[in-house]
Design a protein around this ligand. Structure first.
Ligand code: IYR
Length: 221
């Protein structure tokens, strides 16, 4: 049955305001960097929950919100996750990733060593829910990959906007996260995002930025 239709409470703004907001947001997001060196300074729990609420407001296939955010702050669990992730990463860096992939990662300077998984105050693990079981019957979710990706984008932007930093980390394969965190088989680990503040001496790679002109096309090419 179609839902009842209600008026859209849209905030209409004047053009100057729209430009000012676009410029401010652009400047803020331009400052965002993936953080690999975290401090262990605590982050208020309710602030993190607000950031997750923002991510949870993302649009999703058939409005199913086919995702779950699991927050880990238990040091024992973080240790277990670090050990499992580093074990997979050692295999990946050691022989699973082809030479071309390793070469592509060289400027970023990553390796199998992931201390941030224990240092960051929170690990937010995003699971993608491919199907749900209700009364013994399986119901597929629609576009779960895209939906989880959009929610992750909201999450990353919300972190930056409220003054937190994060990283989209994907130890691969990530099946161990489901076992460690006790999630059912219909939930697929999608992204592991440490959240906190950068370490005082945090550095980031000075990478060239692909100009927007290479990513934007108007009309037919
Ligand atoms: N998962 C590995 C490798 C890695 C892959 C990509 I694509 C990156 O942009 C960065 C790293 C790791 O986290 O080190």
């Amino acid at each position: 049955m179609p839902a009842k239709m209600i008026p859209y409470k849209f905030a209409q703004r004047d053009e100057d305001d729209m430009h000012a907001r676009a410029d401010a947001l652009c400047a803020e997001m331009d400052r965002r960097r993936s953080c690999r060196f975290f401090s262990d300074d605590p982050v208020p729990r309710d602030l993190l929950e607000k950031v997750i609420a923002i991510a949870h407001s993302a649009p999703s296939g058939a409005n199913r919100k086919a995702w779950r955010f699991v927050v880990v702050d238990d040091p024992k669990l973080k240790h277990e996750i670090r050990l499992a992730a580093e074990q997979e990463e050692r295999e990946s860096y050691g022989h699973r990733m082809p030479q071309a992939w390793l070469a592509a990662l060289e400027p970023i300077g990553t390796d199998a060593h992931k201390p941030f998984l224990e240092i960051a105050p929170y690990l937010v693990v995003l699971f993608r829910i491919d199907w749900e079981e209700i009364d013994g019957k399986r119901y597929p979710n629609y576009y779960p990959q895209e939906s989880a990706g959009i929610a992750a984008g909201f999450f990353i932007m919300a972190c930056q906007q409220v003054g937190l930093c994060t990283l989209t980390h994907t130890p691969s394969p990530m099946g161990f996260m489901r076992e460690i965190l006790g999630r059912p088989v219909n939930e697929k680990p999608f992204l592991l995002m440490p959240v906190g503040y950068p370490a005082k001496d945090c550095t980031v790679p000075d990478l060239p930025k692909k100009p927007l002109s290479e990513a934007l096309q108007w009309n037919a090419g």
